[in-house]
Design a protein around this ligand. Structure first.
Ligand SMILES: [Ca+2]
Ligand SMILES: [Ca+2]
Length: 497
């Protein structure tokens, strides 16, 4: 946990019967912050209550041109009773529009959610919140007061006479709209990519894919293809976010541990008692195995991204003329072009303002961390570091994709679902906020397993790989990669409600 928790004892202030010890959570890494958390509008008979808080972040946007998209916060909550295991808060769902679901929606916001499961009633495991109005990026431009999520604590079996703690989590996401896009490549270079250049013009249909190294496979109608709208994490999972996760999995009956602590390639997690922290909370979290990422995404009620969604998230609605490019839409990187050595980046600081200096800054060229630009940085850098550069002027210089998603190229690898080997099994089921208690911990049957299981691979390259690995269509690293090593990390997505 990065920020000092805000602790308030509301038992006598708000509810006589609701013994609350409340914790607020924020993650500086991506600048999103939750504050002033409280419980309001408790309905004793219905056994529901509203978890209220303020939410803010920087450089939010909503545009009706170009990518015609917005960024959003994916918000979910965890609770525990009498210092027991942390559990996922089940939220009320009626039609997913926020107000009808019983949530409090600020006038400048939209809230939307999906019907995640039906049992006694209909429920969701989290909500998306984004601007109701068009919004231009600037510092602290996303401010939402008195957001409220209606929690069905009765369904969760909560005894309100217990001491109850609540943590609210928010993850910055980017909306990738529905629409046809082009998958694959037809250029002569490159090590491996989909040579079956296809217009992906529908979601619930199958496609036949062929790779340059001669593999052919079908993807089923249920395999997420990127045609349908989805939300993608704006940044790679950070070390701070990973600590947030670990710190709700530390009780004896629900333990999930990092494999080691100490400082390696800027991975620097340490544990005091049961509490993890990182000296680099704003830096992308490396040393994540597939099991680590899958368990994190199950816990956060997200899911892995497929490699087809990766290409859509990078390329957007650009035509085939940009095939063979980086995610920002050109083939130019820093002071060179693909396959050309570039000058090295130098770190400016090592706190939440961390970015890199670039003596050869070129406002027309892309920025990304790979072996050609890495120098002696010792590991991955802060997520969003290029966007935070003072001389950043464009999607390319920010290292952003067509939709504004950062570091899809370089920094650490993007763990994705392999369409060739999992195209007939992975169905895009979302994590449900609850992890298992042993073995793989992640417990979703359609997700690839942990050891020797095909179905996962890497996209986008990393800080120690050559720049051509960062090209949108490159799939030369689509190998099963389970281990915790210095370049392994990732991010999650969620099908849009
Ligand atoms: Ca990356
Ligand atoms: Ca689960």
């Amino acid at each position: 946990m990065i920020n000092k928790p805000l602790i308030s004892h509301l038992k006598k202030v708000v509810f006589i019967s609701f013994g609350c010890l409340l914790l607020s959570f924020g993650t500086k890494a991506n600048n999103i912050s939750i504050s002033n958390i409280s419980i309001t509008s408790q309905d004793i008979d219905e056994e529901t209550a509203v978890i209220e808080f303020d939410l803010s972040w920087s450089n939010s946007w909503k545009v009706a041109f170009g990518p015609s998209n917005w960024d959003a916060a994916w918000i979910f909550a965890k609770y525990r009773e009498n210092e027991g295991d942390w559990k996922h808060c089940t939220l009320s769902y009626v039609n997913g529009t926020g107000i009808a679901d019983g949530h409090q929606v600020p006038s400048n916001a939209n809230i939307s959610s999906a019907l995640d499961f039906t049992d006694i009633d209909n429920y969701s495991n989290g909500v998306f919140l984004y601007s109701a109005n068009e919004l231009t990026q600037s510092s602290n431009n996303a401010n939402y007061s008195n957001v409220g999520l209606k929690w069905d604590y009765g369904y969760n079996g909560v005894d309100i006479n217990n001491a109850i703690e609540i943590k609210v989590f928010a993850i910055e996401m980017v909306y990738v709209p529905e629409g046809t896009y082009v998958l694959g490549a037809n250029y002569s270079g490159g090590e491996n990519f989909f040579t079956s250049v296809l217009s992906i013009d529908g979601e619930n249909k199958s496609f036949s894919l062929t790779t340059k190294n001669g593999l052919t496979a079908n993807v089923n109608a249920s395999f997420p293809k990127g045609y349908q709208a989805f939300y993608c994490m704006k940044y790679e999972i950070t070390q701070g976010q990973y600590c947030d996760f670990l710190n709700t999995c530390s009780s004896p009956n629900n333990r999930y541990k990092s494999s080691f602590s100490g400082d390696r390639f800027r991975y620097n997690l340490s544990i005091t008692g049961d509490d993890y922290s990182s000296s680099n909370p704003h830096v992308a979290c490396n040393f994540l195995s597939w099991a680590d990422i899958a368990t994190y995404l199950d816990w956060a009620a997200l899911r892995p991204m497929t490699e087809m969604e990766y290409e859509k998230a990078c390329r957007g609605f650009e035509s085939t003329s940009v095939i063979g490019n980086f995610p920002w839409g050109t083939r130019e990187l820093k002071d060179g072009t693909a396959d050309a050595e570039a000058t090295d980046y130098v770190l400016t600081s090592t706190d939440e303002t961390e970015t890199v200096t670039d003596a050869t800054f070129d406002a027309t060229k892309g920025n990304a961390l790979c072996s050609y630009t890495y120098g002696n940085l010792e590991g991955p850098i802060r997520v969003g570091a290029f966007a935070a550069q003072t001389n950043n002027t464009s999607k390319a210089t920010a290292g952003a994709s067509y939709f504004g998603i950062l570091e899809l190229a370089g920094n650490i690898k993007e763990r994705v679902i392999d369409a060739i080997t999992a195209g007939e099994t992975f169905d895009g089921t979302h994590g449900d906020g609850t992890i298992g208690s042993g073995g793989l911990y992640m417990d979703l049957p359609s997700w690839p397993g942990s050891t020797g299981d095909p179905g996962i691979g890497n996209r986008g390259g990393s800080f120690i790989q050559k720049d051509t690995k960062l090209l949108t269509t490159d799939r030369s690293d689509m190998v099963v990669a389970e281990s915790r090593i210095n370049v392994h990390g990732g991010r999650g997505v969620r099908t849009a409600p």
